[in-house]
Design a binder for this molecule. Structure first.
Ligand code: DCP
Length: 240
């Protein structure tokens, strides 16, 4: 009967054209607590969680473009961001493993850490605006980005923004002590913060492709988990 009910829900999905999924992007500054949030929903609900491919950015064929970028952004910014763009695109288009196992009557849900949009609108923009990315590198990355968003479907139903102060991120960054990030100064986190605020709060810089849910994220772990629980419905029922 289990097989029968699985088949029934699959045929329902196909019949109603309900292969639509709900896609949530989790956005926020460096060390804003995205990983903790993803782990929480990954453990407590039946959703597909995709973390940022940061392991790949630290090791591609034995090279470390993330570390190189922090040491010499002008030389290696394009290298890192080209690879970030590729790996994020791969996440956006990857098929969902749990499609047929989704709970009856609900579309499968995917939660992604950051997006190809924030890679461009926040990190590439920051490198360029701070004078660390040559104009030609910025132009080439922009052409790639524009081509991708025009020609490839990158779905999103909700953007969850973990809003922190740059000071909080700086403290968390120092605590976690990731080798490549030891050189990050407070000003870097301030610039990333301002770009995020302009994009998702003031909506004055770039196109915002979905509604934004803001979660204040300066609190300690206990309060953060409580807030995630309080917002569970709002986050997970985003395309209902
Ligand atoms: N990064 C970058 N360019 C991008 C995206 C990320 O240079 N387009 C850098 C910033 C960080 C590293 O990659 O040094 C990893 O990103 P996060 O700090 O955002 O990822 P975490 O997993 O550390 O996030 P959190 O601490 O919120 O869980």
């Amino acid at each position: 009967s289990r097989i029968h009910s699985s088949c029934a829900s699959l045929s329902k999905l196909v019949r109603n054209g309900e292969n639509k999924k709900s896609v949530i992007w989790l956005e926020g500054n460096i060390a804003s607590g995205k990983t903790t949030c993803l782990e929480y929903f990954g453990k407590t609900s039946d959703i597909d969680v995709l973390t940022e491919p940061v392991t790949k950015w630290r090791n591609v064929h034995g090279c470390n473009p993330l570390g190189l970028m922090y040491q010499d952004p002008t030389r290696w910014g394009l290298t890192l961001q080209t690879y970030v763009q590729l790996t994020m695109l791969d996440r956006h288009v990857s098929p969902m493993a749990c499609l047929i196992y989704s709970i009856e009557n609900t579309a499968p849900i995917r939660m992604l850490e950051r997006s190809i949009y924030s890679a461009k609108y926040i990190f590439v923009e920051n490198l360029y605006k701070s004078g660390k990315m040559p104009e030609v590198d910025f132009a080439v990355l922009s052409e790639w980005f524009e081509w991708i968003i025009k020609n490839i479907d990158i779905p999103v139903d909700l953007i969850v923004y973990l809003q922190t102060s740059p000071q909080t991120c700086y403290e968390r960054l120092k605590q976690r002590c990731r080798e490549e990030e030891k050189v990050i100064p407070m000003e870097y986190l301030e610039s990333i913060h301002n770009l995020y605020e302009d994009w998702l709060i003031h909506k004055k810089s770039f196109d915002v492709p979905a509604p934004v849910l803001v979660i204040p994220a300066d609190h300690d772990l206990k309060k953060m988990l409580h807030q995630y629980e309080e917002n569970r419905e709002r986050i997970l029922m985003s395309n209902c």
